[in-house]
Write a protein that binds this ligand. Structure first.
Ligand code: SF4
Ligand code: SF4
Length: 511
């Protein structure tokens, strides 16, 4: 731990890395049909740009980002668009989402690729290229990278840029293999990030159970000044706030981001994607994914986005007996899938065919005995049992008072709970309820604003109608202007009357 700073809590988990990290990354076979979700990122869903029947090239833009927090989507291979409709996608809700389904032609015909000398471009132009390439964080969050690489509003220079190669989930090895095999590409991407962010220092954090990856990155970083730091193998060291604490000693504020304490953090695979986008002119079309657990030949694949999970499992030799659950992500932070026909997305780092031995046995939960074990391991320094009580009692305000949204759903508390309470499920339930209530509130506010706008419009139209009517109306007898002309006429007549009478009485002297 020399030069490192321990974070609170965490666990030693049973490691299952060697099952999948012994073989090199394998290029997955091209699927006949790719189902490409238009929402593979945090933010607004991309707008489809193609229709059924259209021919597309590999790398062609098929979904345009809709807003600042959104990401572009590209055709992972050449072929014909079969449909733009809702399809099953890997999401905890199990709900379908909008996708572009592509029949591949096997020719892999590319768009024109243009590598860029980023040093000659303005920073915003480089970020626009990354945005156009659909680059998002590949550590699981899938946040648009161009947004994180824009710190132009900050008054202070960034203190530390961290590359996250910790990969602490017990079964996942895609980053490990990427670091071993493509360290130069990762460092090339890191250079581009450094160019955009201009940090004072650059650190690469890797858990000490990956000696080959550490050696490869050390060799690739020679002469750059970037420092590779080996961190203890302790879950969840790869969680952003925990890695920031480990490497810099800085505590990210409860409701804040690392950048609030002068640190920005990216996954190693994101750096590699940045390199491909800028140095090779290739949009994000594929990712490395670990297929492991109860499959015959656990393996890391470089697979095109949209490839069905079932095909990747088949290329891993198929299922072994005894698969209890298919999980996307690791057993600690991943979620169960309802179907293996869902497509690979940018966020999908692992497909785990879990056996009963890999799952917490489903036994009835016992009452909480207030032992405090959950608080001891909570890396976010929360009070998990309090969160549990309030989530269970639907006291969502109180749960938020106990910083529910600082919970990173790492599962450490559930893992150690002697009463086998599925604590994380309660937190997810409470968060979903709060989001649903917030959505309802926003909907009600929108409806109120619309109603108000309608009333104002009707009132305005009424006033305009009345004004028009007034302009068109014939003069009225009692109108002040008319009255004055009558009065004028009467006065004129009165003035003329005495002269007329005098004339009538005088003889015509000149007749
Ligand atoms: S570990 Fe389980 S039993 Fe112990 S305090 Fe936490 S919730 Fe209660
Ligand atoms: S799941 Fe949440 S409450 Fe439980 S240990 Fe992790 S951060 Fe703490």
């Amino acid at each position: 731990m020399s030069g490192l700073f321990a974070f609170h809590g965490g666990l030693k988990t049973v490691r299952h890395k060697s099952e999948s990290n012994q073989r090199p990354i394998q290029l997955s076979a091209l699927s006949e049909r790719l189902v490409v979700p238009l929402r593979q990122h945090i933010g607004a869903i991309a707008k489809p740009l193609v229709q059924a029947g259209e021919r597309v090239l590999k790398g062609q833009l098929i979904g345009q980002p809709d807003g600042y927090i959104s990401a572009a989507v590209h055709a992972p291979s050449s072929g014909t668009v079969l449909a733009v409709d809702q399809q099953p996608v890997p999401h905890p809700s199990g709900l379908p989402d909008w996708c572009v389904t592509l029949e591949t032609d096997g020719e892999e015909r590319w768009i024109e690729r243009e590598p860029v000398a980023y040093q000659t471009l303005h920073h915003s132009a480089v970020r626009n290229l990354l945005r156009a390439a659909g680059v998002v964080g590949l550590g699981g969050a899938a946040f648009p990278s161009a947004v994180k690489l824009n710190l132009s509003g900050r008054s202070e220079r960034l203190g530390t840029l961290i590359l996250n190669g910790a990969e602490c989930e017990p079964w996942i090895t895609c980053d490990d293999r990427l670091m071993r095999e493509r360290a130069a590409g990762i460092v090339a991407g890191l250079r581009i990030m450094v160019h955009l962010l201009d940090p004072r220092e650059v650190l690469i954090g890797i858990e000490d159970d990956k000696p080959e990856a550490i050696a490869a990155l050390n060799a690739a970083c020679a002469g750059t000044g970037y420092r590779v730091r080996s961190v203890p193998t302790r879950y969840p060291s790869g969680s952003v706030k925990q890695l920031v604490k480990l490497l810099t000693g800085k505590e990210t504020p409860v409701d804040g981001l690392p950048v609030d304490v002068g640190v920005q953090c990216f996954n190693v695979a994101t750096a590699y994607a940045v390199h491909r986008a800028i140095d090779c002119g290739e949009p994000m079309l594929s990712r490395i994914v670990t297929v492991t657990g109860r499959v015959r030949r656990p393996q890391n694949f470089e697979a095109l986005l949209g490839t069905p999970f079932a095909e990747l499992i088949a290329q891993s030799g198929g299922y072994q007996d005894g698969v209890e659950r298919l999980i996307m992500g690791g057993p600690m932070m991943g979620f169960a899938l309802y179907d293996d026909r869902v497509p690979l997305t940018k966020a999908a780092n692992c497909i785990l065919a879990a056996g009963i031995e890999n799952l917490t046995p489903e036994q009835p939960a016992l009452p909480c005995i207030r032992c405090g074990a959950c608080a001891d391991v909570c890396p976010a320094d929360l009070l998990p049992q309090q969160l549990y009580w309030h989530a269970r009692a639907k006291e969502f305000d109180k749960a938020q008072d106990y910083h529910l949204f600082s919970c990173i759903e790492c599962g450490c508390c559930s893992y150690v709970c002697p009463s086998r309470i599925p604590l994380v499920q309660f937190y997810r339930y409470a968060k979903n309820e709060i989001w649903a209530q917030e959505k309802e509130k926003q909907k009600a506010e929108l409806a109120r604003q619309r109603h108000q706008a309608r009333l104002e419009r009707l009132e305005r139209e009424k006033r305009e109608r009345e004004a028009k009517l007034r302009q068109k109306a014939p003069p009225r007898a009692d109108a002040p202007a008319e009255k004055s002309s009558v009065e004028t006429a009467v006065a004129r007549a009165k003035a003329a009357a005495p002269a007329a009478a005098e004339a009538a009485e005088t003889p015509a002297a000149n007749d």
